[in-house]
Design a binder for this molecule. Structure first.
Ligand code: AMP
Ligand code: MG
Length: 420
C-alpha cells in the first residue's frame, strides 16, 4: 500500500460517494428512557388534553352572566349550592343565581362557565358575595384547549427533551417509538496501551482513546461498544475487525495507521470486504494518517493514535455520520468570530487545525490564542481548548489581529463565555 494524500474536501466527497448515513431502525422504549432520543413516528392525542374543563384558580364556579355588574362596592349575592371536589366528577349543577366552591384543577360543574377568584368573594353562611364580574371562560381551562383529540402533538424526528417527554406523559404514553441509536464499535491498538485498572509497567500508557471516543459517540447519539485493545498483529486485528463489523453499524479504530512496521490496519481492512480502503491519508494537520474504509456497507474510520488528533478527526469526519444514522438534526459545530492573538502557521499544503483558547478583550471581542497541540499523545489540549480554527491548505498562516471563525468544541461554551 502506498499513501496518496487527498485533501479534506476530497476525503469528504469520497466518503459521501461510498456511504450514505441511513437510520438503523426503530425501537420502542419506555417513556422514562426516551429522554434525548429521536421520535420515530407522529404522536396524536388519543383524547382531549386536558380531558375535562377545569378551574385554574381557587374560588367559586358561576354562570358568568350572574356576576355581570358586580364590583368591589356593589357585590352580587349568589346562593351556595355545594362544593366541587378535586379529582372527582362534580355532583352539583350551577343553576341561575347559585354557585359552588371549587379549587384549582377541579372539573367545572355542569351549568358553570367561569370561576370567580376566592380573593374577590366573601362567604357568609349560605350566601357568597361576588365582588368582581367574570366573563365566560374566565379562570377556566377548557377541555381540549391544550390538544384536541386526534391532533398531532409531536412530529417524527423531534428530539425528546424534557418538554416533549412531558407532552407524552400527558397523553398517557408508556412506550414510545424512537430511532435506534447506531452502534459504534471502538478498537484501540498498540502494545504500549493497557486497559484502565491494570498497573502501568514501564513503557505503558492507559487506553485514553476508547473512553474519550465512547463519550464522543454518545454526544452524537450513538451507542459505543468498547472492544478493548488489540495487538498490532494481522490475525488478531482481522478477528477484532470482523467482530466489530458484525456487532456494530460503524467501526472506529485508533492508532496503527501511520507508516511504521506495526501499522497494519489498512492492509487488514482491504482483506475484509468491498470496496475496502477508500481514503488512505488526508492532507490535514493533525490527522494525516486517517484512513477510511467501507466494508460491505459499513464505514470504518481508522483514526491516528494521538488522542487529541483522534478526537479532532472524530469531530470532522465521524460526527456527521453518527448524527445522520441516529436521525438527529445534524448539528454543525457552533462558531464564533474572534481576533487572533498571534500569527498561526499552517503545515505546508495541509488543512491545519489550530486548537485555541478564547478570552475577551476590553471591547468584549473574543481573542483566540493557540493551545499548543503538544507532541504526540497530548490529551489535555482539547480539554483546555475552547475550539479550533481552520487554516486552508492554500494559506501559509493567519496573522496576529486577523478575524477568524472559531469552531466551538462545546455547544454551550458561547453562553458561559458571554457571561464573563
Ligand atoms: P500510533 O498512531 O499508533 O502510531 O500512535 C500515536 C501515539 O498515540 C503514540 O504515542 C501512541 O502511544 C498513542 N496512542 C495510541 N493509541 C492510544 C490510546 N488508545 N490511548 C492513548 N494513547 C494512544
Ligand atoms: Mg500504535
Amino acid at each position: 500500500l502506498f499513501k496518496k494524500l487527498v485533501s479534506l474536501d476530497e476525503a469528504k466527497h469520497i466518503i459521501a460517494k461510498n456511504f450514505t448515513p441511513k437510520p438503523v431502525g426503530k425501537e420502542s422504549v419506555p417513556l422514562d428512557q426516551a429522554y434525548n432520543r429521536i421520535l420515530a413516528e407522529d404522536m396524536m392525542a388519543p383524547f382531549d388534553v386536558p380531558p375535562f374543563s377545569r378551574s385554574t384558580v381557587d374560588g367559586y364556579a358561576v354562570r358568568a352572566e350572574d356576576t355581570f355588574g358586580a364590583d368591589e362596592d356593589r357585590p352580587i349575592a349568589l346562593k351556595l349550592c355545594g362544593r366541587v371536589k378535586i379529582g372527582e366528577q362534580p355532583r352539583v349543577t350551577i343553576e341561575e343565581g347559585t354557585t359552588a366552591e371549587t379549587v384549582t384543577g377541579a372539573p367545572l360543574p355542569e351549568g358553570a362557565d367561569a370561576v370567580v377568584m376566592l380573593e374577590d368573594t366573601v362567604q357568609k353562611g349560605d350566601t357568597v358575595l361576588i365582588h368582581a364580574s367574570v366573563s365566560t371562560g374566565e379562570n377556566v381551562m377548557k377541555a381540549g384547549s391544550d390538544l384536541k383529540k386526534g391532533e398531532t402533538a409531536l412530529r417524527k424526528g423531534q428530539t425528546l427533551t424534557s418538554y416533549e417527554v412531558g407532552v407524552l406523559a400527558a397523553l398517557g404514553v408508556t412506550r414510545v417509538k424512537v430511532y435506534k441509536s447506531p452502534k459504534v464499535a471502538i478498537i484501540s491498538t498498540g502494545a504500549e496501551v493497557v486497559e484502565l485498572g491494570e498497573s502501568l509497567s514501564k513503557g505503558k500508557i492507559y487506553d485514553i482513546n476508547a473512553y474519550a471516543l465512547s463519550a464522543a459517540v454518545k454526544e452524537c447519539g450513538g451507542e459505543p461498544i468498547n472492544l478493548g485493545i488489540v495487538e498490532d498483529e494481522h490475525r488478531k486485528m482481522e478477528a477484532a475487525l470482523k467482530k466489530a463489523l458484525s456487532l456494530a453499524d460503524i467501526v472506529i479504530t485508533s492508532g496503527g495507521v501511520s507508516v511504521g512496521p506495526t501499522d497494519i490496519i489498512p492492509k487488514v481492512l482491504n482483506t475484509l470486504g468491498k470496496p475496502g480502503v477508500i481514503v488512505y491519508g488526508i492532507a490535514i494537520k493533525p490527522g494525516k494518517p486517517t484512513t477510511v474504509a467501507v466494508i460491505n456497507g459499513k464505514p470504518v474510520f481508522s483514526l491516528p493514535g494521538n488522542p487529541t488528533s483522534a478526537l479532532l478527526i472524530f469531530q470532522l469526519l465521524v460526527r456527521p455520520v453518527v448524527f445522520g444514522m441516529a436521525r438527529r438534526p445534524v448539528e454543525k459545530l457552533r462558531t464564533v468570530k474572534a481576533i487572533t492573538a498571534t500569527r498561526m502557521f499552517a503545515a505546508r499544503g495541509r488543512r491545519t487545525f489550530v486548537t485555541v483558547h478564547l478570552t475577551r478583550d476590553k471591547a468584549g471581542k473574543f481573542v483566540a490564542s493557540p493551545v499548543p497541540l503538544g507532541l504526540s499523545g497530548a490529551i489535555t489540549t482539547l480539554s483546555k481548548a475552547d475550539g479550533f480554527i481552520e487554516i486552508h491548505e492554500s494559506q501559509q498562516f493567519v496573522d496576529a489581529g486577523e478575524e477568524v471563525r472559531v469552531f466551538l468544541l462545546r455547544p454551550n461554551l458561547y453562553q458561559t463565555k458571554v457571561k464573563e
